[in-house]
Design a protein around this ligand. Sequence first.
Ligand code: F6P
Length: 326
Amino acid sequence: MTKIKKIAVFTSGGDAPGMNAAVRAVVRTASYHNLEAFGIYRGYEGMIDGRIKPIAARDVGNIIQRGGTILKTARSMRFKTPEGRKQAYENLKEAGIDALVAIGGDGTFTGAQVFSQEYNIPIVGLPGTIDNDIYGTDYTIGFDTAINTAIEAVDKIRDTADSHSRLFFVEVMGRHSGYIALHTGIGSGAGCIFLPEYDTPLDELVDVLKKANDRDKMFNMVIVAEGNRSGNAMEIANRLNEKYDGYESKVTILGHMQRGGAPSCRDRVLASRLGYHAIEVLLKGESNVALGIINDELCLTPFQEAISQAKKPKSSMLEMARILSM
Ligand code: F6P
C-alpha cells in the first residue's frame, strides 16, 4: 500500500452523463479508506487557478442521477503550456494533494500523461465522454445515455417523417468518432449511416432511396455523424438534392441535447465501478493508467497506449446496418 493521504478528483473536456456518479464513487471510496478527498473545479483550468476544495462523502449525496458535472468542466489551453502545468503543480502541492483522479476523454488523458511524467504525481484516468472513442474500455461513461437520448429524438422525428413521407437527415455528435452515429443508426433502422471513420459514397444513399421508392417506402431516416468525412448532414442533404429529387428532405441537428440529461442505469453502474476502482488501484501503487471495463472485467491501460491507439467502430456493423435496413 502507498502513503497516499489526500486525493483530488476533477472532470475535464466535454461533460458526459455519469460523471457525477463517478465523482460520488471516488469520494466515497476515498472516505471508506480514510483518505481526504478534494474536488478540483473546472478541470485543468481550476487546477491552475487553485480552485481545489475539500469534498466529503455527504457532499456527493443526491448526485448519482444528475447529468453534467457538479465539479464543472473546461477545455484548457493553458494546461498545454509548461507554465500552466507548473502553476497547477504548485497549487496541488500547497493543498497537499498526493494523487489525482482525472475523468474525461482523450485530451484529459493526454494532459494527465504529460503532467504525471513532469511532476511524478500518481494519476489514474476514468474514460468519461459521450463519444466512446477511448481505447482500453468497451464503453465510456456517458455513451449509453447519449445514444438513448439520440434514439428517442430520432423516433420522434420518424413519426413526422412517416406522416409527411419525407427523408430526414439527423446529425448526431461525434467530431472524430462514429460510435454515436452507428449505434443510433442501427437502433433506429436508418436507411444509411455516415461516419468519420469510413467512406459512404453518395451513390449508396441514392441506391437505398431508389430501392425504397420501388417498394413504396415513402420515408427514410439517414444518420450523419457531425464529423462525417464527406461532410455534415446539411452538406450531404444538399449534394443529394442536386443528384436525386425523389423525396422532400429535411435536416435536424441534435447537438448538445445529447450530452445532457439523467445518466442511464448502465452509465451509473459503469461510473460507480470505475470510480471505486480508481481509489483501489491508486492505493495499490498504480499510476499513469486509464481504467476501463472489457468483457465485464476491470482493465488498466497505460495513458500512452490509451491515447495513441485508435478505437473505431467495426466496419462489419456498418455492413450489417446496410443489410438490415433494406
Ligand atoms: O464531448 C464530446 C463532444 O460532444 C463531441 O461529440 C463533439 O464533437 C464535441 O464534444 C463538442 O464540443 P464542444 O461542446 O466543446 O463544442
